[in-house]
Ligand binder design. Structure first.
Ligand code: SF4
Ligand code: SF4
Length: 136
């Protein structure tokens, strides 16, 4: 067993390392990776199908401005990622294609308090930095 391990080590000694210096070197994500949802407000009709589909009850439909600085409001999803499984069902079931998967998996998603994990429509639309705390 020891000899086998030494032989294996010698054989691979010239090969590049397979480990990464995370977080300095970020992990390359597959195209199918499911990260924080991205909301396209212009496509969302506030139907609530995403909320009804969510197996973990992580989505609420809330009123929010249609765009930054606008006073007009419409209904959009708000996601509590403290309960989200990142299963992607909300994305698959949206009849308007208003939700897609972002690539964030750590930055902005690691918080001290559960309430900071509440992703408002503005955060889902990336109108404001997801690193920020509760903006309301
Ligand atoms: S994101 Fe899609 S499913 Fe959810 S409320 Fe908007 S249109 Fe409906
Ligand atoms: S990814 Fe899954 S668990 Fe998360 S909000 Fe969407 S449906 Fe709910």
């Amino acid at each position: 067993m020891v000899l086998k391990n030494i032989k294996y080590a010698l054989k691979n000694i010239t090969k590049p390392p397979v480990t990464r210096l995370y977080p300095e070197v970020e992990t390359k994500l597959s195209d199918r990776f499911k990260g924080l949802q991205l909301l396209d407000k212009s496509k969302c009709i506030g139907c609530g199908i995403c909320a009804n589909t969510c197996p973990n009850n992580a989505i609420r439909i809330v009123k929010a401005p249609i765009a930054p600085g606008k006073s007009k409001e419409r209904w959009f999803p708000e996601i509590d990622i403290g309960h989200c499984l990142f299963c992607g069902l909300c994305i698959d079931q949206c009849p308007k294609g208003a939700l897609s998967s972002g690539k964030e998996y750590a930055k902005g998603l690691v918080k001290w308090k559960h309430e900071e994990l509440l992703m408002s429509p503005a955060k889902l639309a990336r109108e404001i930095d997801i690193e920020d705390g509760d903006e309301r």
